[in-house]
Design a protein around this ligand. Structure first.
Ligand code: 13P
Ligand code: SF4
Length: 301
């Protein structure tokens, strides 16, 4: 295998030649940060995907992120370095099941987390991400909300709304593993540390957190905070990103890794860009309907 430096140079050269942009989620391998045009959370990456003029988008993240970029950019080539990068939570709800739920609660609006397939987005009223879920739910006129697929995010949102939240039973295998006892122990060992948790964590962990943020929200919080030490309750790789962005502060992780996010590497990024393979393809009817749900979300500032 060639060394990272050579790969990075080759990928950067190809990007120019092919008029490509590389969008990178915060959980990606640190070497991938070096080839990124933009690194961010799901909402920031969707906004960047909606804005770009590039001909090709290489999405270093998981399937639903690349699909969202394609939903917003039907004329562009959107490439996912490997189709093995699939978010298991996004596969926990499908469009047929969701339609059945809609029939059961005909007055409810359907809010789908961006961690869903294009087919599920197509039968949803609006999408949300971890950073705007509360805002999205409170922006709706309906009093009942079917919230898919993350039960923990649904629980989190229900703390900040008077609406009745009808949760799906999905979960993230990385975040649902966090235990309140772990947080308690870590706080005992590091009394001066601030606990930051992602809203995909169980509510008992959210109760013990000092702040609850999206992945990029954690960077912002750490930068602005007077504290010097942070206990981070999200995917373990986020630590590398925090250390790069806020090098003067200390970050401790209690988390495990998201195997699917780590399936992208410099080799498969290079291969997919060079050969223009692993293109995301969507049924046009599905794409148009899914875009309505995404556009409604993107309009919320
Ligand atoms: P963010 O939108 O906060 O980056 O979260 C995406 C995700 O998949 C968390 O597990
Ligand atoms: Fe999906 Fe969880 Fe991985 Fe995020 S961390 S991509 S929600 S499995």
């Amino acid at each position: 295998m060639e060394n990272n430096k050579e790969f990075i140079e080759k990928i950067n050269r190809l990007k120019k030649e092919k008029d490509a942009v590389i969008l990178v989620h915060n959980y990606q391998r640190p070497e991938i940060y070096n080839i990124a045009d933009f690194i961010g959370d799901s909402l920031e990456l969707s906004r960047k995907a909606a804005e770009t003029d590039a001909k090709i988008i290489v999405f270093c993240g998981v399937d639903f992120m690349a699909e969202s970029a394609k939903i917003l950019n039907p004329k562009k080539k959107v490439l996912l370095p490997t189709f093995e990068a699939k978010c298991p939570m996004a596969a926990m709800v499908n469009a047929d099941e969701l339609e059945k739920m809609r029939k059961k609660y005909p007055k409810a609006a359907v809010v789908s987390y961006i961690n869903t397939t294009a087919e599920v987005k197509a039968v949803s009223d609006i999408c949300c991400t971890s950073s705007n879920a509360v805002k999205v739910v409170n922006s709706l006129s309906e009093k009942e909300i079917i919230f898919v697929p993350d039960k923990n995010l649904a629980d989190y949102v229900s703390r900040f709304t008077k609406k009745k939240i009808i949760p799906w039973k999905g979960f993230c295998y990385v975040h649902s593993r966090f235990m309140p006892e772990q947080v308690k122990e870590a706080k005992k060992l590091h009394e001066d540390a601030i606990v930051l948790a992602h809203p995909e964590c169980p509510s008992e962990v959210i109760d013990k957190a000092d702040a609850v943020c999206s992945t990029s929200g954690m960077i912002d919080f750490a930068r602005k905070s007077d504290s010097r030490k942070f206990i981070i309750c999200t995917e373990a790789g986020m630590i590398e990103r925090l250390k790069t962005e806020v090098p003067s502060k200390e970050f401790l992780t209690l988390g495990t890794i998201c195997i699917q996010q780590k399936k992208n590497n410099l080799q498969n990024v290079y291969d997919c860009l060079k050969n223009e393979t692993n293109e995301i393809a969507l049924d046009e009817n599905v794409r148009i309907k899914a875009k309505e749900a995404l556009d409604r979300m993107l309009k919320i500032k």
